[in-house]
Design a protein. Sequence first.
Length: 162
Amino acid sequence: MSDGHDEPGVSADDILSRLDVLMSPRERFKYVALLIVGLAAAGLLATLWMTEPEPLPARTQAAFGALVALNLSWSVLAAWVLTRRRPLHAGDAVVAARLAVAAALVSTVASVSIAVLRGAPGAAAAAGLVGLLSLGAALVMLGRARRRRAALFERRRRLSAR
């Protein structure tokens, strides 16, 4: 029985590539905005860092470097997504969620460590709580992205088996 979508001689890969080649204008706008904001923030932070009149302490320099790197990594992700010519099959969401997990983990460890080193247990607890909430949200996003990607690959497998 035909479901109206059968095309003789067309593979599942051909069909899937047609489904997801072009991003919706809304999706494209989100990635363009991410690219612009990431580059602008990295540029602003780098400018502040490089134009300090006095040498900054090593920890402050490390923090500036980490923030510049984080913003550049978001920009690289956006550029990668925007320049793809093949379907992503939710790969962008998995990469973005992994980046969010890494950023939440690093920022949590750094902020709690700084608060502990400065002898501020209340600040350490607050930083830890906010960090754990951020990390939890990022892990939920990662789980959802992986499940969506797995579902797309399962759909692809079923189409190929026909």
